[in-house]
Design a protein around this ligand. Sequence first.
Ligand SMILES: [Zn+2]
Length: 369
Amino acid sequence: MQFSQVFGLDHLKKKLIANIQNNRLPHAQLFLGAEGSGKLGLALALTQYLYCSDRTDEDSCGACSSCRKISSHSHPDVHFTFPVAASKETSTQYMNQWREMHGVSHYFNTQDWMSSIAKDENKTANITREETRSILSRLSLKPFEGDAKTLIIWMPEYLKKESNVLLKLIEEPPQKTYFILVAEDLQQLLPTITSRTQITKISTYTLAETSTFLHNKYGLEKSQIAHIGRLAEGNLRLAIQLIENETNDFATYFREWMLACYKNDIKSVSELTDKLHSLGKNQIQLFLKHGIAILRECLLYQTVGNYIINAETNQIPFIEKLSSTLNASFIEKIYEQMNDVIYHLQRNANPKIALFNLSINIRYYFIRK
Ligand SMILES: [Zn+2]
């Protein structure tokens, strides 16, 4: 991947290029950014630039043998480590899936990755002891082609018990080895590791950037872009999913769900929960994001005088009606609880139970008004 293929982040690209040109590339770096940011793309572009035999001041050439091997994830000196599903497995077994995943986008999260390798998105992600052994043996080899080796560790948060092996490697690196850790959550990493890396924070894309990205990629109309941009909040993974999963009519599901809760119709709630459950965890999260956006508009409509609702035209009567049936503090509570459910779904909560519990709470708020 070339720098030009990573959306935005121009100031970071310049800084990374300057590091290489001035021979000041740290041997251990941590690229830290939220889901849907450009952190993995940036790590790949940096690696390609490092090995390119015909680079310019702006970018790798994209055509030399190194560039071609790196962009197809098959350069013998560039190694990858990422979470897998079973205890005896290693990343090298999944390089084909890894390549396929990058063919689609580099904004995927752990859940997307796990469902692509395990066919069961509920499997627990893990960077295994076998993997750390494999890292040790791969990095003990002399570089095959260039004069340096690189290990990109995607989501080192999943190293857990094996973190000490990495720590030792970073402390006493094999000759000419670069480590690039690509992570989302600093709290999940050992401070002894992070203190030995140079941290580059990759900011979340702004609304304007998200809109430009969507316009370039899909050429959508302005109103559609604005709607998706608001929902995605700078997360390009979410933005892509919202556009590519438009077949699910979340707006209708959400209206039906609120109505069933309002009418205290447990049978319909249960049927709807089943229907959502059958779509899978990812889709449930997208559905809840839709709901959260609707509730945000309800809250603003209710509390800000002369507020003009910011939503698709066919949603506006529903937002007005929902605002008149719930008071602001209850809207806020439902909003928070939906965010909580998303958080727990990403951490292996049972979707059916989580949705049903949420429905019971919402029903209670409608009764209390
Ligand atoms: Zn090149």
